[in-house]
Design a protein around this ligand. Sequence first.
Ligand SMILES: [Fe+2]
Ligand SMILES: [Fe+2]
Length: 322
Amino acid sequence: MAKNTPSFALSEQEALARFDEIIAADERIEPSDWMPDAYRKTLIRQISQHAHSEIIGMQPEGNWITRAPSLKRKAILMAKVQDEAGHGLYLYSAAQTLGIGRDQMTEDLISGKAKYSSIFNYHTPTWADIGSIGWLVDGAAICNQVPLCRASYGPYGRAMVRICKEESFHQRQGFEILLHLSRGSKAQHDMAQESVNRWYAPALMMFGPPDAQSPNSAQSMAWKIKRFSNDDLRQRFVDMIVPQSEVLGLTLPDRAIRWNEKRGHFDYGDLDWDEFNEVLKGRGPANSIRLERRKQAHDDGAWVREAAAAYAARENKEAMAS
Ligand SMILES: [Fe+2]
Ligand SMILES: [Fe+2]
């Protein structure tokens, strides 16, 4: 079949063969290309979950904007939270190219049908939590997302390029907050340590269940959406944060951490997957608060959507009349 034959002129078998060729050649699938239904569905699920996580993730940090300890910290945190809103918007747009509407995605989130990263269902009681989120949560997000810049679906991979640049700024600002606290008074140092104690394990669980319990991973890897397994990414993250924790002068709450000469990686302890599953099922510390707040924000914004729709309708009418 000719390489430039449009998708609609191909039989399903030819279209699938072309899809496989594009994947094998490490090229990109674009919105107008034919793609298997399961590939489309997997992407819609993954990209919309990712978008929801960015938007819900604004809440635990937005909580600290008015209480940040200085004007400088306030300005930095505000910029960071705005970045997360932007990430949500790029990702919703990328998902829309697959044929799902923004209203539908919002409805799925608010009704509890769609998932988002379980990490955002934990509370942020101290200022040090803003440091821990930046260092550990954005740090884990970077490990997860840098390989997604090469995802086989074009709009997703391209959205990730800018997102990753911003995530590395987020990670550094979190590290810098913790460094500052760690080198401050004893009370500040203790606050930083207490916060890292709470965030360490949930951050490791952000990579998802162990490979043996992650049935969809193999297919996602074959489609080159995912490039590395959950456990490989988790290991990469542990290898990154152990030396960083030494620079911070903070201890990771895991006695099993030690350098394994043979593997060339740090060993680490088992994680409490029962807790992870509880949070995932909606029974984490802040699940209901997060969804209620999101629903409230959506309801409060109804007049903006109505006004925008009325304005667009008027513009259209005027354009038709002229
Ligand atoms: Fe983000
Ligand atoms: Fe971030």
